[in-house]
Design a protein around this ligand. Structure first.
Ligand SMILES: NC(=O)c1ccc[n+]([C@@H]2O[C@H](COP(=O)([O-])OP(=O)(O)OC[C@H]3O[C@@H](n4cnc5c(N)ncnc54)[C@H](O)[C@@H]3O)[C@@H](O)[C@H]2O)c1
Length: 220
């Protein structure tokens, strides 16, 4: 991807922007590019909260309550956007073992809906947030980008599907796609079912909390 995007004054679609990483991204982006406008499309599942976006300037943010699996909602939200970043996902490994269907729907089919709309509009960039879980277990050393994909849970497999589908839109249609595969994140506004916030909420409460209540943990 040779050309550098000018982000100042851009209109950016952030799907899943009411979740943990998405909401932190929206805050960081607006702090750096205050003249940009963020459109957040989020289905507000158990993991998403509009409160995660509280305090941001109203002129800089449009919130759309909708689903990335819904082509009409995606088309409306993407209207006029220069770039789109997809943070929306079913994101919890244990839940994917209990009920994998939602993961396939959102993490694979949802990416298809987004890529189709991005292609139709000639979007300037589409970023698919993937995960290092696509590599499976790395027993020694560390994985590189060319490491074989060996997902081991329905979550990881569905993210690998979305990851490769986004790549296929680049290879087949020339859609300017970027795929990232970050490792575990923790911090403010994270739903406390994940490892670090769960331990912290348990430690704060000393009550054996089940991870069903929200907490805000100071940035490390
Ligand atoms: N948290 C991590 O450590 C980590 C690590 C690697 C990759 N990732 C990836 O980063 C992204 C964000 O992770 P997170 O921890 O912020 O997740 P999260 O569960 O906190 O947030 C996901 C957001 O997506 C929304 N959402 C879910 N399904 C949707 C749908 N069908 N349509 C629209 N919105 C929907 C939810 O309401 C929520 O706001 C995910 O794609 C995840 O796979 C996360």
């Amino acid at each position: 991807m040779g050309d550098r995007l000018s982000l100042d004054g851009s209109r950016v679609l952030v799907t899943g922007g009411a979740g943990f990483i998405g909401s932190n991204f929206v805050r960081a982006f607006l702090a750096r590019f205050p003249d940009s406008h963020m459109v957040v499309l989020d289905a507000l599942t158990y993991a998403g909260r509009q409160e995660n976006l509280e305090g941001l300037p109203r002129r800089s943010l449009t919130f759309v309550h909708g689903d990335i699996r819904d082509p009409q909602a995606v088309a409306g939200a993407m209207d006029g956007c220069d770039l789109a970043l997809n943070f929306a996902a079913e994101s919890h490994v244990d839940r994917s073992i209990e009920s994998p269907g939602e993961f396939i729907q959102t993490d694979v089919y949802g990416v298809f809906v987004l890529c189709e709309e991005a292609r139709r509009r000639n979007l300037r960039r589409f970023l698919q947030v993937s995960t290092d879980e696509v590599y499976g277990e790395v027993m020694e050393g560390h994985a590189t980008e060319t490491w074989p994909l060996m997902p081991r849970s329905p979550y990881a497999a569905s993210k690998a599907g979305g990851d490769r589908l986004a790549y296929a839109y680049f290879a087949t249609y020339g859609l300017p796609v970027v795929v990232t595969r970050c490792a575990n994140n923790y911090g403010p506004r994270q739903y406390p079912e994940k490892l670090v916030p769960l331990f912290v909420t348990n430690a704060i409460g000393s009550t054996g909390a089940t991870g069903s209540t929200w907490t805000t943990i100071a940035t490390p």
